[in-house]
Every structure is written in C-alpha cells, then in structure tokens.
Design a protein around this ligand. Sequence first.
Ligand code: DGT
Ligand code: CA
Ligand code: CA
Ligand code: ZN
Length: 596
Amino acid sequence: METSRIARILDEMGTILEIQGENPFRCRAYHNAAQALGSLPEDLSEMIADGSLAEVPGIGETLHSKVVQLATTGHLPAYDKLRKSTPPGILALLRVPGLGPKKIKALKDALHVESLADLRAAAESGAIAGLKGFGAKTEANILEGITFLEKSGGRILQHEALALVTPILEFVRGHPGVRRAEVCGSLRRRAETIGDLDVLFGAKDPAPVLNDFVALPQVVKVLGHGTTKASVMLQSLTRSDQLVQCDLRGVEDFQFPFALHYFTGSKAHNIAMRKRALARGLSLNEYALAGEGRDVPCKSEEDLFDALGLAYIPPELREDAGEFEAAERGTLPDLITREDLTGTFHCHTSKEDGGSDGEATIEEMVDAAKAAGLTYLGIADHSRSLAMANGLTIERVHAQWAKIDRINRKLGAGFRVFKGTECDILADGSLDFPDDVLDGFDFVVASVHSQFKMSREEMTARMIKAVSHPKVTMLGHPTGRLLLSRDSYAVDLDAVIAAAAHAGTMIEINANPHRLDLDSTSCRRARKLGVGLVINPDAHAVAGLSDLTFGIDVARRAWLSAADVFNTGTVEAVTKSLARMRSRPTRDATDSGLPS
Ligand code: DGT
Ligand code: CA
Ligand code: CA
Ligand code: ZN
C-alpha cells in the first residue's frame, strides 16, 4: 500500500477516535504518525526492511506495528473495526467548514446527528443554537456550510473546466518568476468529466504567485493557502449553484517534470510508473527520480519516460490500460489530432433555412467549416417524427436537397456539402423514412430520440435492427446519455457494436461535450472489431463545430490514429466510400448471426 494512503488511514483513525471521545493523547499519536509518514527521508518499504522506521520520531511502538501491517498486508483490522463502529455519514460532517471532531461528537451525543441530512434538519429546527458551545451564529454558519458543500460537490464538464482554467493558466504563466506552467489532473488527460482543476508551475519562489492567485477576482473562497500550494473555489460559469475547486502547486523548476507527471495521473498510471522505477532500483515521487546516491535529472516528461525505458506516453493514455507495454515495445499509436479531420457530418440547420432545430443556414455552416479547415460538411437535420425538433417531412427533404445541389454547384471543387439526415430509429427499430427516400441521401445518421425507457432487450434489438439496415451509414450518439444529467438508456452496447461491425455500419463519436458517446472504452473495443468511427459535432449552430476537439479527445483516449477515423480521408475518398456504402446489399438483424 502506498505511504500516502497509509498516512490518510492513520489520520482518519485519529479523527474517528476523537469523535468517539477517546483520550486526546491517543488520538494525537495517530495524527503525529500520519504526519511523520508524510516526510520520510526514504522509501517506506526500505525503512521497514532495514529497521530505520522504528527510529522515526512521531511513530511510537504501537503505531509502528500498524504501519508495518498496512504496508505489508494492505489491511488493518483495527481500522476496519473503527470504520464499522462509525455511522457512514459521520465522516462527511468533517467537510462542513468549521466543524471539527469535538463539535461533531457534541452534535452526535446531544442531537443524534449522524449525517449531513441530520445536520441540516437539526440546524433548520434551531436545535443547534440552544446547544452548549454552539449558539445562533454557529448554527447559521453550519447551514451556510452545508449549502456550500452541496454546491461544490459535483463534477463539471470538460468545456467548462477549460473555460475556467484557461485564464488561470494565463495568469500563472504571465507571473514574473514563473518558468513554466501546465494544467495537470483529469483535464490534462481529457477525461469526460472533471472533479477539480489542477495547475502546476515551476518557480524559484512559489509564494508570491500563490498570494496573487488567492486574490484573483474569480476566487470565491480560499480553502487552503501555504507556501507551495493553494486551493480555492471558483464560481462555475454555467451553474450559479456550483463552485469548482482549483489546486495550484508550485515547485522548483528542476522538479517540474516529476510533478507534472505525478499530478497528471491517473493514480493507477502513477502507481504502475512508480513500480517500474522501483524495479529498476530507482524511486520516483512528485519531486524526483532518485537513484543510488543521486537523483536522475530530467528536463521534461520525455526524459522521465526515457529514463524508465519508455517512449513518451501522451496524457490521454495514462490509465494503466496497456500504455506501459506499448511504450516499452514502441507500439504506441500515432494518435489522431484535430488537424487530421478533413470534414465532418451530423450538423443541424435552421428552420428558416429549411432545416430542423439549428440556428444557422447551410451557407453559414459551410463558411464556418471552411474557416475551421474542413473540406466537406454533412448536413443531417432531424427526420419527420421528431416534431418537437421540427423534423423534416419528405417534401422538405426534397427542398433541402435542391438547395444543397445549388450550393455545391456554387462552391465548385474546393468544398462539398453532403446531403444527410439524422433519421429517427422508431420504437420497433425501423427508420423514420421509407427506403426510397433514404436512397436519395449521401449518408444517413440513425439515432434514438424516443422511448428511452424500454427494456434492455427491446432497446438492444431495436438498435441492432437499425445498425443492420443497409441504408444506415452511421449510428448517432449511441447511448443517449447526457453527461452529469442523464444516464445512457439500458442497452447491450457490445451487441450493438458487434452488429455494426457485422453490417459495416460506422459509429459516431458525438463531440458535443454533454454527450461524448461512444465513450473511449467502447470506442477502443469498436475499433478492435473493425468498426469505422466518425467524429461528429452534432452542431446546432456555427459555434458547435469547435466541439470537434472534444471528439478528438475521446478518440485519443481510445488509442485511435487518423486511419481509424472515417472523416480523415480526402473528400474524394469519403465521397466514394459513402457511395459504396449506399449500394450495399440488403441485410437485416435476423441474419446477422449475432446475439440479439
Ligand atoms: P478528478 O480531479 O477527480 O477529475 O481527477 P484527477 O485525476 O485530477 O485527481 P486529483 O485532482 O485528485 O489528483 C490529481 C493527480 O494527482 C491524480 O490524477 C494523480 C495524482 N494523485 C493524487 N493523489 C494521489 C495518490 O494518492 N497517489 C498517487 N499515486 N497519485 C495521486
Ligand atoms: Ca483534478
Ligand atoms: Ca486536485
Ligand atoms: Zn440526435
């Protein structure tokens, strides 16, 4: 078990004992030992092996044996027992600003408060104000603290995280004395959702940077402020009831590559990396790679990976999901970048322009696509059943085709608009337009927009039927999820992916930051089965085209290179492939030979 985790467990034990009213000296022994573990001169396992751990001040005999037990077995029965004897909601109370173990014990004894909900009820009833040592002011503070916690508990989406962190990164980079700065954590790994923001900088003296950081106007609250680290809360840009934590850390410039790697994570990747260092007789932490008697200097993350016999592992792959083997063998993929995209599909246009629920005209979308370096654009407005999104009737489809023909004639060779539809997958898995209408499109995106609540079996059969339809080019937003607000519908996604592979139907990576499905894990699986992947913005306005970068992030986390993604081909190649797909022989789900 990692030293930092052992330290956290001891700290927690000390706190639980305090809440239980244990002798203060005994409680303090746990906290002291936790602190001592945080600043060990050497690797814990080595210090256990050579007996030097017993000499460390702050770790007495009893605590020493507990540390050894945790380090060697990963378990400590005394800890398990303490946790069992503690109501699960009690520890959450510690997160309420101003509430420590003593106050929690008092609230528990007098008012049976054992959770945040209990605490709120007690405060709202006025019972806390009457308690000895509390008073009306404390009660009001507690209520405010709970509200604060509720606001700040959640995760945020990547685009919001980027919008919040960008000015902070600029501020840090512009600060005199700062040599370099980077965003770390889940955001650097481009995770779907972000818990908190992590920013790292290298400077001889971090303190002035941190002082100015906590005074920034967007800082709502300072959670902690030391000489090398500060944590603050920022106001969310999209939700007035949400706050977002931002951690800023400063290290000396020569420590920067190690800290950058460490604070980028993921934790699982870090653990594997550290093991690898140990296996080479080196020890790695957030400040250094230490060898026999001297540190191994690294100027960059590249140097650090190189020192451990690895090619540079891009942050998106750092999940301990095979990246070490690939980096060792030199088989890491050449990951796709935004510049590889030659065009995109699945764009909506405005009702006034003959489209469905977009905001811009076809021409405006084309201009934006050109400006974004694309060479073709697929228009895919909603189909007739989706009345609430102004789905197109067959008549309106024909009118839109005529318009696109006109635009293409005007555009000439430099750019091409493809006629498409985001065709509803009806409840029984059939499509919202008859085959002879579907035949007239250059491409068909098939998506589920209704009846999300059907059983998993029904939904799976419905989607398999749709992806097996010969006129369907690609499956749109395959899970229907909206990140942080709506779960995927119940579906056997693996079976749908297998059916798509069988039918030669592509699957979309929906780049809208609220969706991002296929997710990277399923995407990686789809690629292994040979499914073609398409990165689509699902744009409802000109600005939506810039979401493509989020789709690129998913593709990179899924280990995809340009060759794995359909919309990296030339406009000629793409045109040819679409035509070939439209002339496929008829297939249906019943002859797919796949589990239904
Ligand atoms: P988040 O904030 O929940 O979206 O996810 P992360 O990955 O940004 O996590 P965070 O902010 O708690 O920590 C940033 C990085 O620091 C994390 O990815 C890896 C590293 N880290 C944090 N705690 C530990 C730890 O206990 N052990 C190791 N090995 N690494 C850690
Ligand atoms: Ca984080
Ligand atoms: Ca953090
Ligand atoms: Zn849709």
